[in-house]
Design a protein around this ligand. Structure first.
Ligand code: ADE
Ligand code: ZN
Length: 337
């Protein structure tokens, strides 16, 4: 790739909309927190842990991801993890970030809900103050658990309603279709929360359709398998339902073999509102700019695509209109438009 394009990808202002904050825990921080908290890990060293990051599918990743998150106990731990991510996001010229968090991973271990939210939230406030980087929180329900447990988690979240902008659905997709969570999503909608769900990552296009029809989500996380269904693809394009695509994740979790096999170009050619995101950057080999760089190196993508992807990221985000206009104006100025 030429230097001009790689500079554009690095320096253009962008939003990141699909990032699990627990997936930003680097092995070094996992070990530092384990030591600070007296938690024992089944890996002897940072290197040994890193060597375990050879995934064959989503579940083999999730098993290690939940083990890594077990070192998080105090509000300061959640702050430190989030602050480390926000520093990297700032370095990647991310202007706005929407962070997923998985409270059930922590409340199941006896960590208080408030400890989780307050630590993450305080770091986002500091990033806003220090750099003007806006960040908001999307609480995910773990889909391998029951809807009843999701309702119980929503109860715990109610005192923190003002710190959460939306609800997502993540963890093991196959065998846990969206309809399992239809009632709890309806309740979240009544509460005025934004709604998103992982669908069509490993699961079939039908899960994308049911996420739209039965959960009423506004965006689809991943969604790359939509192309197997022409009618669904047309609907996503017509209704401008954004897809938060995570290229390095898709390769590490074997959704596609290699970068050159990713369907990003076909998704764009189908007129879809595609965005580029890092998913779980500490596990998948890079933060958002690395996702852009590897895709643009492997696929026939150029400057106009870069502009379109960055523009989509702001248009698909859950920010207020004045903030969106400010970021879009900055983007247009960057591209000389
Ligand atoms: N949790 C963290 N990353 C995830 C992913 N890519 N899919 C589903 N659940 C997740
Ligand atoms: Zn994800």
């Amino acid at each position: 790739m030429d230097a001009e394009l790689s500079n554009i990808l690095r320096q253009m202002p962008k939003a990141e909309l699909h990032m699990h904050i627990e997936g930003s825990l680097e092995p070094e921080l996992i070990f530092a927190l384990a030591e600070r908290n007296g938690v024992s890990l089944k890996y002897a060293s940072v290197d040994e842990l890193r060597r375990a990051y050879a995934f064959k599918d989503l579940q083999s990743f999730l098993d290690i991801y939940y083990a890594g998150a077990s070192v998080l106990l105090t509000e300061q731990d959640f702050y430190d993890m989030t602050w480390a991510y926000l520093q990297r996001a700032h370095a990647d010229n991310v202007r706005h970030s929407e962070l997923f968090f998985d409270p059930q991973t922590h409340t199941e271990r006896g960590v208080d809900f408030g400890t989780v939210v307050n630590g993450i939230y305080r770091a986002t406030q500091d990033a806003q103050e220090k750099w003007g980087l806006s960040a908001s929180l999307i609480m995910c329900f773990l889909r391998h658990l029951s809807e009843e447990e999701a309702f119980a988690t929503l109860e715990l979240a109610l005192p923190y309603r003002d710190k959460i902008i939306g609800i997502g659905l993540d963890s093991s997709e196959l065998g846990h279709p969206p309809e399992k969570f239809a009632r709890v999503f309806a309740r979240c909608k009544d509460l005025g929360l934004h709604l998103v769900a992982h669908a069509g990552e490993e699961g079939p296009p039908e899960y994308i359709r049911t996420a739209l029809d039965l959960l009423q989500v506004e965006r689809i996380d991943h969604g790359v398998r939509c192309l197997e269904d022409a009618e669904l693809t047309q609907r996503l394009a017509r209704d401008r339902i954004p897809l938060t695509v995570c290229p390095l994740s898709n390769i590490k979790l074997r959704v596609f073999d290699q970068a050159k096999d990713h369907n990003m170009v076909q998704l764009l050619d189908a007129g879809l509102v595609v965005t580029v995101n890092s998913d779980d950057p500490a596990y998948f080999g890079g933060y958002v700019n690395e996702n852009f760089l590897q895709m643009f190196a492997a696929l026939p993508l150029g400057k106009d695509h870069a502009y379109r992807l960055a523009r989509n990221s702001f248009e698909a985000s859950f920010i207020d209109q004045p903030t969106r206009q400010k970021y879009l104006a900055e983007l247009d100025a960057f591209f000389g438009r």
